[in-house]
Design a protein. Structure first.
Ligand SMILES: [Zn+2]
Ligand SMILES: [Zn+2]
Ligand SMILES: [Zn+2]
Ligand SMILES: [Zn+2]
Ligand SMILES: [Zn+2]
Ligand SMILES: [Zn+2]
Length: 367
């Protein structure tokens, strides 16, 4: 949307305001030629405009043939027009009411409008305050539009990025651990251990179809809040959604027994939970099959790739949001690593990728 003025354009049209001079020129010789009929002007009274002369009855609007003598007239492409015709032919019209626009106008989507018409009928409405948007605004993933000045003032849902409000997200809540979740996301949130357990079994079967086999016998799942997860995590500054801890009695180079503890945030929407679950199960697979001390970009990239494998064919908008976050994550391990792994799998196929991981700690060269 742009706000502009036509004044400069009108200026180019050479606005000639009652500048007609009727000459009383009885003695001039040779006789002037009428620009309209191309005949000599014998009468002492005639009209001169710029460098042209006209019989007084021949100075006419090029469109409606009304006399322009003693009238306000306009010039466009070397022709003269009365005000009405000029407005009709050359002044831009508001695309809403059809009337000519003098002065300031609003441009939106390649069309122009009077300021009032734009604000009343065309302007997008802000989802938060319902007022017309005529300045900078934000469109979220869901197509909701907001004034830019709301940014940072209203809470945003951790799981879908919507501003929390009645109109955009059916309200919202704040968990005790200070996470915000909107009304839409909260509906399908996973809070119960048996639900989470069921989902883990289902997802491990899905991953098995891709050749990622996980032994769930030694895998324990716990739903935890954000504070507990932060206590368990290696990096307190990072906001984890899940974590996998490996317990094993190992002597250098050889692991004797393994147990896995998966911790996942409670209260996440179903699709976010599934993405996290696939990620953590991939950690279990890597702990079981791959060399220790793998490049973290390869590790986290592979785990995020498992989320992608699980969700890639799901067409829901929430899944699209989750995958969009994955694709655009700037983190060098989780985002960059994921994109590198994706490239790798695209070239070598899933089977060779899994085989590669069992024998290598680092990305192959060229990735
Ligand atoms: Zn004439
Ligand atoms: Zn006219
Ligand atoms: Zn209008
Ligand atoms: Zn607003
Ligand atoms: Zn949400
Ligand atoms: Zn991870």
């Amino acid at each position: 949307m742009q706000q502009r003025s036509y004044n400069h354009i009108v200026g180019v049209f050479i606005l000639l305001l009652i500048s007609v001079l009727i000459f009383f020129n009885a003695f001039a010789s040779p006789k002037p030629i009428c620009d309209y009929c191309k005949r000599e002007i014998a009468d002492a009274n005639y009209v001169t405009v710029e460098d042209k002369c006209f019989h007084t009855e021949h100075f006419l609007c090029a469109e409606c043939s009304k006399s322009l003598v003693n009238q306000k007239f306009f010039k466009e492409q070397n022709k003269y027009y009365c005000e009405n015709c000029f407005n009709k032919e050359f002044v831009p019209k508001c695309q809403k009411c059809g009337e000519p626009i003098q002065g300031r106008y609003f441009e939106f989507d390649g069309k122009i409008y009077h300021k009032q018409c734009y604000e009343k009928f065309i302007a997008p409405r802000c989802c938060l305050c319902q007022k017309a948007i005529d300045g900078e605004y934000i469109i979220d993933f869901w197509g909701n539009k907001y004034h830019k000045y709301h940014q940072g003032k209203d809470p945003i849902c951790t799981y879908c990025g919507r501003y929390i409000s009645e109109s955009t997200s059916q309200g919202g809540f704040q968990y005790d651990d200070s996470r915000y979740i909107c009304g839409i996301c909260k509906k399908g949130a996973i809070n119960k251990a048996h639900e989470a357990e069921k989902s883990m079994i289902f997802i491990s079967q899905k991953l098995k179809n891709f050749g990622i086999e996980i032994n769930l016998d030694k895998t324990k799942l716990q739903l935890v809040d954000r504070n507990r997860l932060a206590q368990l995590s290696p990096d307190r500054n990072k906001d984890y959604a899940g974590l996998t801890k490996f317990e094993g009695n190992a002597i250098p180079g050889k692991v004797i027994s393994r147990n896995f503890n998966i911790y996942i945030l409670s209260g996440m929407p179903r699709d976010n939970f599934r993405a996290t679950m696939a990620h953590e199960l991939m950690h279990v697979w890597l702990y079981s099959k791959a060399p220790m001390e793998m490049d973290p970009a390869l590790t986290e990239g592979c785990c995020n790739y498992a989320s992608y494998l699980l969700l890639q064919n799901d067409r829901s908008k929430q899944v699209a949001y989750v995958l969009d976050r994955l694709e655009n994550d700037p983190n060098i391990f989780y985002g960059e690593g994921y994109r590198r792994v994706k490239k790798m799998v695209r070239r070598m196929g899933i089977e060779s990728w899994l085989e590669y991981l069992q024998n290598n700690k680092n990305f192959p060269s060229g990735y």
